[in-house]
Write a protein of this length. Structure first.
Length: 125
């Protein structure tokens, strides 16, 4: 993909470029302008991946943040907006979600290693 001004073009090596979106506003994203799974399957797939993400813009990281305080853990399929159930959310993912992918992440895998389990929950080392 190449965006030049208001035009988004598909560019493949050895193939002439072809406009996919001829008039894209300066404030518009490529993912808004090009979402055809047949014309641009890679953009469509990436757009859907990004749309599935969750962003926590109010997640505090200071010393008094809810994620740093102790609390009774319960299973939770999604993280609370304040991050207060971070340990429970990670443990739930490890137990019923995509634990292998989480453990493959170096930092999370190091902090929530199975050898650190106490009373069924992983704790940071």
């Amino acid at each position: 993909m190449q965006r030049t001004g208001a035009v988004v073009e598909r560019c493949w090596e050895g193939v002439p470029s072809r406009p996919l979106a001829p008039e894209v506003s300066p404030h518009e994203s490529l993912f808004t302008a090009v979402s055809d799974p047949l014309e641009a399957p890679e953009v469509f797939q990436l757009r859907n991946t990004i749309l599935s993400w969750r962003f926590y813009d109010s997640f505090r990281t200071d010393r008094q943040a809810p994620a740093r305080s102790g609390r009774i853990a319960t299973r939770t399929p999604s993280l609370a907006g304040d991050g207060g159930d971070l340990a429970a959310a990670v443990q739930t993912i490890l137990e019923i979600g995509d634990g292998e992918r989480v453990m493959a992440n170096h930092e999370i895998g190091r902090r929530f290693a199975p050898s650190d389990r106490r009373q069924g929950f992983s704790t940071p080392s």
